[in-house]
Ligand binder design. Structure first.
Ligand SMILES: [Zn+2]
Length: 354
């Protein structure tokens, strides 16, 4: 079993699922693999990007296993997977092709059995790019369930919360003048720096919750200045804000506008995830994970966003839960191969707890 999971993960890594064509090839491959293992799967093409959906079980609540096939870019060597000392190296091994391979094995293994619930596998093509054409589309088209597990990089702990995203562009004006007489102008870059400091000091950025110490504010891009001998009369700065579950983005925006002498434009927004850690179906997952792994399983909050948010926005308890590993999005990404087997056993145990 372990060898079969490793070999499927390696195969998926080799697809180099960074670009559309490769992602679609991988999706077709997954559908064929499932069919060859006795599980019907359909490929859904949304605006040229393919997702794979498969359901097993006849009745009862639906457990959704969600995995993304796309990976972030990496050098060519990272697409040649290898195993060393119990670790499978390669881009996507941890985030999250290892999980995808496990979920596919769960479907294949349980496909012919009598199940106490339904299990829906959703393999999606664009989580790393925002999930709009994959998970968001599936959710909008009624592919919903009673509980969702996104197999992200959680080291077998359970992420019940995730910060929300608010990205804004702020435009600050000034007055241009000759660079040798700056006192005749009003420097827009310096005004922007002052504005940034005022935003940073807003009380909305020093809020904390049991899961998070504070929201985050990143000055990501700045665009200003045309000539070395000129006082700049315009500065545009882009802020990436990650706010806490419970905070209202409309209030954040209002507070920010209150200290900006200029225009504020929203570039993009994403809702936070706030799954109740005491929800019976989440507690049950924790129990299954503790039973199989023999260790304490923590509930925690993620700083970044994942596809859980699309389900959470519909009120469905959604968590990130996946195997152990390290260096996702970096060099030497790997997944611990024993933890892939543990992950598979936990999912199986969980399904039979219904
Ligand atoms: Zn991921």
């Amino acid at each position: 079993m372990k060898e079969s999971i490793i070999s499927l993960t390696r195969k998926l890594i080799e697809f180099r699922t960074v670009e559309k064509e490769r992602i679609n090839e991988a999706a077709e491959y997954c559908a064929e693999w499932l069919a060859a293992n006795g599980v019907h799967a359909r490929v859904i093409n949304n605006e040229g990007l393919k997702s794979v959906v498969s359901v097993i079980g006849e009745e009862g609540p639906t457990v959704i296993l969600n995995g993304h096939l796309d990976v972030v870019p990496a050098g060519p060597d990272q697409f040649i997977p290898y195993v060393a000392e119990g670790k499978l190296y390669g881009r996507g091994s941890f985030d999250m092709l290892g999980s995808v391979a496990v979920m596919m094995h769960v479907m294949a293994e349980l496909g012919q059995e009598e199940l106490p619930c339904k299990v829906m596998l959703a393999l999606v093509p664009d989580e790393e790019k925002g999930g709009q054409k994959g998970t968001k589309y599936l959710v909008e088209h009624g592919l919903l369930g009673d509980v969702v597990i996104c197999g992200e990089t959680t080291n077998l702990d359970i992420a019940v919360q995730a910060k929300g995203v608010l990205q804004v562009e702020i435009q600050i004006e000034g007055v241009s003048a000759h660079g040798s007489r700056p006192w005749l102008g009003d420097n827009a870059i310096l005004n922007a720096v002052e504005t940034y400091k005022r935003i940073e000091e807003l009380p909305i950025f020093s809020v904390s919750t049991p899961y998070f110490e504070h929201p985050s504010l990143n000055l990501a891009r700045i665009e200003a200045g045309q000539a070395i001998n000129q006082v700049p009369d315009c500065c545009i700065m882009d802020l990436d804000i990650r706010y806490l579950p419970g905070q209202d983005p409309a209030v954040l925006l209002k507070e920010i506008k209150g200290v900006v002498n200029g225009t504020v434009r929203v570039l993009s927004e994403g809702e936070p995830v706030q799954t109740n850690p005491n929800h019976p179906l989440i507690k049950r997952l924790q129990q299954a994970a503790e039973h199989i792994s023999g260790r304490n399983i923590q509930m925690f909050g993620q700083h970044g966003a994942a596809d859980t948010r699309f389900y959470a926005a519909r009120g469905i308890p959604a968590v990130e839960f996946g195997p152990c590993g390290a260096n996702h999005h970096g060099k030497n990404e790997y997944v611990d191969t024993d933890s892939l087997v543990t992950f598979k056993e936990i999912l199986t145990d969980y399904i039979f707890r219904f």
